[in-house]
Every structure is written in structure tokens, then in C-alpha cells.
Ligand binder design. Structure first.
Ligand code: ADP
Ligand code: MG
Length: 314
């Protein structure tokens, strides 16, 4: 029989240990509120992310994988703002308090939080279908925060890492993309532990004119930049960075399509004046234009796209 634990014991056993002593935490898990110290002269950057079983991760996902994915995805928003992460709070809705599941989940979550020096300072635990919400809090100097609204005509559009990894990962996990062992391990890791681009975000915070993290697909997310900035964009699809590990299993057009419209990449897309050098490794993929629309070019010819990024309620 599975071991189950009471709510109080559950919090003590699996989550209280994720609050290491920190000068920014006056009071962590255990009281009605946490008491936190925001570094002086900084804005508090706050973002919240919910993951629903069967929607954001497959029902077959392992608890440790779910824990790491929740943390990585939530932190990606702080990265896209150029913020330094400090604290997290966790709202956990569970069908039952299964000790083995909780142990693995807190290990997956805790490993990522520890790596980025983030304290879990509170949360809420309820019974119901598996839904996990993580709020993350960080600090950023107000003048450095990377907004979506600053892109200028002529700015170069960059992305970090590879695109399409998240779509390839999901297709593989759903049994729709046969891959060899090395490619399978790579895309599964990218799906369950997409590296939050925190260092990249902080490195470009001084100089990028706009930034966003790619969670719903490059086209959908770049459109948020162009709309907020009142500009358009032109993308050269040949310049999209694709990992050959999975891309060689598809036609080039299919792979490019995933890079443009697939979600779950959690890379950063940012814009930089052409007079600036990117201070991190990033791929230039296009340019900000005056005409307020998004154009993709292949061999200089416009590409017709039949599908946007992922949207709920469609
Ligand atoms: P309250 O009833 O005052 O909201 P709870 O009994 O729900 O308090 O929670 C007790 C303490 O445990 C609080 O400090 C809360 O932040 C923390 N907590 C509850 N659930 C979690 C969780 N899943 N992860 C981290 N901390 C939690
Ligand atoms: Mg209370």
C-alpha cells in the first residue's frame, strides 16, 4: 500500500527543507505569511505559472520531472525580465498525499531551486486533480528590467539556444517522433528541464531593447514584442537554430515549422540595436521592421504559415 502523509507532515517533510537560511528571508515556511526583504533600489519582479496534468505535461510524467519542469518554466519569466531570482511560493493540488510521489517531486523542484539559490518561502496544499502553481519572485534594477515594449525599427532579433526542442520533446513523448537514444534523451531533458536563461537575461539587461521568453512559440511570442513596441518583424527561416539531433529526422521545412510555432522552448528572444554586440552566445534570426506585421522569408521569398503558436481556449 502507498504511504500517505498528513498535510502538516507533508509540508514539514518535503518543503520546509527547501528554505535555506538567507539574508533576504526574515521568516520562511510555517507562519501565516513569509517575511521577505527586497534588495534596496530594486523592483520586485513577480510571475506565476500553473501546470495542469495532461495539459502542460503528459499524465505519464514522473514526479521528479514534473518538479523540475515547474521550476524551470516559472523561472524563465524572471530570466526574460533580466531579474535575479530570490524566492518561490508553491500552490499544490494533489489527488492524494502519496509519500513517494512527494519525495520525488520535491527533489525535482528542490534541485532547480537550489541551483539558482532560490528559497521556497510558502505555499498552499489542497486535494483535487493534479495542478501545480509556482510563483517566483526576483529583483531587478528598475532601469534594467527587460520589457517587451522597447524594440526599434532596424534592431536585430536574436534567440538563445535552439528552437523547436520543446515541440520535438512533446512529439517524442507522445510517441509521434521516433528518435535514436541520444536524441530521445536530449529532447526529453529539454522538455522536462528547459534551462531557464537567467544568466543570459541578466547579461543583456543593460543593452537589449526588448525581450521575451519563448513559451508559446517564436511567432506568437515575437508578436507580443512587435505589438507592444508598435513595430513589425522579418525572420529569415534559414537562420533559425535547429538541433540536428532531432531535426534530421524531419524535413527541413517541418523542423523550421516547429521552430517557428512549437511551444515549450523557454529560450529568450531579444532585440538589440545593430550598433551593439550580443554579450552572450545568441543567433541573429531577423530584423525589426516599420511595417506592423510579421514576415518570414525563405530564400528571400515570403513563407505562408498555416498555424500560430499554442493558445489555450482555441
Ligand atoms: P494558512 O492556513 O495560514 O494559509 P497553511 O496551514 O496552509 O497556512 O500553511 C502553513 C505553512 O506552510 C505556511 O507558511 C504556508 O506558506 C506553508 N505551506 C503550505 N503548503 C505549502 C507548500 N505546498 N509548499 C510550501 N509551503 C507550504
Ligand atoms: Mg493563516
Amino acid at each position: 500500500m502507498k504511504e500517505t502523509v498528513s498535510e502538516f507532515a507533508l509540508i514539514q517533510r518535503y518543503f520546509a527543507a527547501l528554505t535555506p537560511p538567507s539574508s533576504s528571508v526574515e521568516l520562511g515556511i510555517g507562519d501565516d505569511c513569509a517575511l521577505l526583504r527586497v534588495p534596496s533600489d530594486h523592483s520586485l519582479a513577480v510571475s506565476i505559472d500553473t501546470q495542469v496534468e495532461g495539459v502542460h505535461f503528459p499524465i505519464a510524467a514522473e514526479a521528479e520531472q514534473i518538479g523540475s519542469r515547474v521550476a524551470c518554466c516559472a523561472l524563465s519569466d524572471l530570466a526574460a525580465m533580466g531579474a535575479t531570482p530570490l524566492w518561490a511560493t508553491l500552490a499544490l493540488t494533489l489527488p492524494n498525499a502519496d509519500a513517494a510521489w512527494l519525495e520525488a517531486f520535491s527533489r525535482g523542484l528542490g534541485t532547480v531551486l537550489k541551483r539558482f539559490n532560490i528559497a521556497l518561502v510558502g505555499g498552499d496544499t489542497t486535494q483535487g486533480p493534479l495542478v501545480i502553481t509556482l510563483q517566483v519572485h526576483g529583483a531587478v534594477a528598475p532601469t534594467k528590467a527587460l520589457r517587451r515594449s522597447g524594440a526599434k525599427v532596424g534592431d536585430i532579433i536574436y534567440v538563445t539556444g535552439f528552437l523547436g526542442d520543446g515541440a520535438a520533446g512533446l512529439a517524442f513523448l507522445q510517441g509521434q517522433l521516433p528518435l535514436d537514444a541520444a536524441a530521445a534523451a536530449y529532447v526529453s531533458e529539454r522538455f522536462y528541464a528547459p534551462e531557464p536563461q537567467l544568466h543570459a537575461g541578466q547579461a543583456i539587461a543593460d543593452i537589449a531593447s526588448s525581450a521575451i521568453d519563448i513559451s508559446d512559440g517564436l511567432l506568437a511570442d515575437l508578436t507580443h514584442i512587435t505589438s507592444a513596441s508598435g513595430v513589425g518583424a522579418q525572420i529569415n527561416v534559414e537562420q533559425l537554430p535547429l538541433n540536428p539531433l532531432w531535426a534530421r529526422s524531419l524535413t527541413q521545412e517541418q523542423a523550421q515549422h516547429w521552430a517557428l510555432t512549437g511551444g515549450d522552448d523557454y529560450q529568450l528572444c531579444f532585440t538589440l540595436s545593430p550598433s551593439q554586440q550580443a554579450p552572450i552566445q545568441a543567433h541573429a534570426i531577423g530584423v525589426i521592421t516599420h511595417e506592423q506585421k510579421l514576415v518570414c522569408l525563405r530564400d528571400g521569398q515570403p513563407v505562408v504559415l498555416n498555424q500560430g503558436g499554442y493558445e489555450h481556449f482555441n
